[in-house]
Each structure stands twice: as C-alpha cells, then as structure tokens.
Design a protein. Structure first.
Length: 319
C-alpha cells in the first residue's frame, strides 16, 4: 500500500484492514515521502499489530513504492490497497476463496462502490456501474480499451502469476491500467464476483485527479501501444472513427507510428477536409473497406448506440 499524505483517511483505511474476517495477512505500507502525519499513523498501528510493516520508499512515486513493498513481501497471494480507501470486512476472505478455488492462471476481482464527503460526480457512478457489470460476469477484458477494467485496489493473484506478468517492474503510467493489460496479455482469466468488496473514495487531492501521470493523453498512448502490440492486425485495413479531441490525438499517434488508416467522421463540416495529412471520409465509405479493424473515439453513448448499427468488422472503443 503506497502512502503519501493520506493522514485524513489513513486511520479509517487501516481499521478496515485490521477488522478483516480473514486474519492471515501482512500489510506492507510504504511511506512515499509524506509531509503530513501519515508516517506517524502508520507506525502507531504497526506498534500494536505485527502484521503491519512500515517502510520508506526506496525511490519516488507509486511504482517505486509498489516495488519496495513487493520486495519485502512474503505472501503467496498478492493484492494492493490504496491508503485513502476502505475495505469491506470480508474483502480478503472473498478474494482469497475465489482465487484459491479458481487456481493459478486467474485474477480474482471484486465489485466497487464510490463514496465522497461531498457530491459524487455522475461520471464516477457510471464508471462504477459499468465496471461492476463486467465484474459480475468476468467479461472485463471485452471492454479493455475503454477504461481500466481491473480496479487497481481490488484484485488478488497468485504470486507466480504476478511475476509472470512482470509484477511492478515496468515504469509505465498509469501503472494500474498497464498491469491490467499485462494480465490480459498473460491470459489471466477474471473470476466473476457479485459482491462489493471495496469502497473507493473520491476527493479533490486524489493522485489520479492531479498528477500528470494520469492525464488523458497518457491513457490514449497506453491504449494504443497495447492495441498495436496485442490486437492490431497489420494485414487488415485500420479505420479511425471520430474526429473530436481524442480522435485527433489518436490520428497523431497512429501517424507517429507510421500506421496507415482510414479516418471517418459524422461531421459534414469536416468530411472531405485534410487533417494531419488524412482526408476525412463519410460514414458510407466504411462499406467499401474490406474486413476492417475499427477504433472508435466517440464517447457519447447515444452516438455509440447509433454507430453500433453501422459498424462492421472488429470494433475497439477507445473512449
């Protein structure tokens, strides 16, 4: 568990771990240069519970903190926690049971629930509902290019499988999404779960809200790099659908990789115009392209519903 200036939430987080129905655990808490009272809170709890072990980060940032913790860990089953969240009382028990029942070659996950002291944004609720629907059936990878489909603080894997996926070695942000793709690449099947096991706290100081490592362009670059590595078929024509901000960024990235593509959009004001060296095509042109792979960058759900009736071939939603 990386910890950086989490003092307002840390005691509640630690209590949720200490109160687990599964008692056989160790917590490797890594203080990542906190300037508040986080280190004191960690050491206070460690002094009364020998299962809690506190270390200072050997480097700087979340990835180095995860590496520091993993190096010091002893467990055969590995999970991760965020210092501003809280576990349901049965989280470790359920994840442990599910991963042991499923065996190696799997990743156990749980459903999540967002909470906040103030008003919770509609986007978080929609993400929660979307993610939990995937987790209920274990179909998480089907939408892997939309968003991170494995909740970063609510998974458990066998140590050997995590090592096979590279554990926390790659220096790639967003690190949780990158690990999700490595689970996918390694063929780790997602064990379905119908229970909420993790409470995800939204607050203004969240790292994912403020750090440039989690900016939108980082997500697009990560998605495209993994798509080109895992799912792109260079023998088939590639279509990019959408010319909004994300579509333009994807066009630039594809061009920088030297990847040829057809660019389609619904905006009549853009059709026929050249943008970044590519001429915008009308939707009707898709029918003339044989067996394409289609990247969709249109985020509006109503527009996506309309697109689904038009699209043919293999479709990947980057939105």
């Amino acid at each position: 568990m990386p910890v950086k200036n989490a003092a307002p939430f840390l005691d509640e987080c630690l209590r949720s771990i200490i109160d687990q129905t599964e008692s056989n655990w160790e917590l490797l808490a890594i203080d990542d240069g906190s300037t508040d009272s986080s280190a004191e809170i960690l050491h206070q709890h460690a002094s009364t519970d020998q299962r809690i072990k506190v270390f200072s980060n050997n480097g700087n940032g979340i990835i180095d903190a995860l590496r520091t913790a993993y190096t010091a860990s002893h467990g055969k089953l590995i999970t991760r926690m965020d210092a501003d969240d809280r576990m349901t009382a049965n989280k470790l028990e359920v994840l442990k049971k599910n991963i042991l029942t499923a065996g190696q070659g799997n990743v156990a996950v749980g459903q999540v629930a967002y909470f906040a002291e103030g008003k919770l944004g509609d986007g978080y609720r929609k993400y929660e509902q979307w993610l939990n629907a995937l987790t209920a059936t274990g179909s998480n990878y089907t939408d892997i290019y939309r968003e991170c489909v494995i909740p970063s603080p609510c998974w458990m894997v066998h140590r050997d499988d995590l090592d096979r996926c590279g554990a926390f070695e790659p220096i790639t942000y967003p690190e949780d999404y990158d690990l999700c793709f490595r689970f996918y690449e390694a063929g780790l099947a997602v064990v379905p779960c119908n229970a909420v096991l993790h409470h995800w706290r939204d607050h203004s100081a969240r790292t994912s809200r403020n750090h440039p490592h989690y900016a939108d362009n980082r997500f697009l670059e990560l998605k495209l790099n993994w798509f080109l590595r895992l799912d792109h078929d260079p023998q088939r024509p590639l279509v990019l659908w959408g010319a909004g901000e994300k579509g333009k960024k994807l066009a630039q990235l594809l061009s920088s990789h030297g990847i040829a593509f057809h660019w389609i959009c619904n905006n009549p004001n853009k059709i026929g115009k050249e943008i970044y060296g590519s001429v915008m095509q009308a939707p009707e042109s898709l029918s003339t392209i044989n067996h394409p792979q289609v990247i969709v960058s249109v985020a509006n759900p109503h527009e996506q519903a309309e697109l689904n009736a038009q699209l043919t071939g293999e479709v990947f939603y980057f939105c």
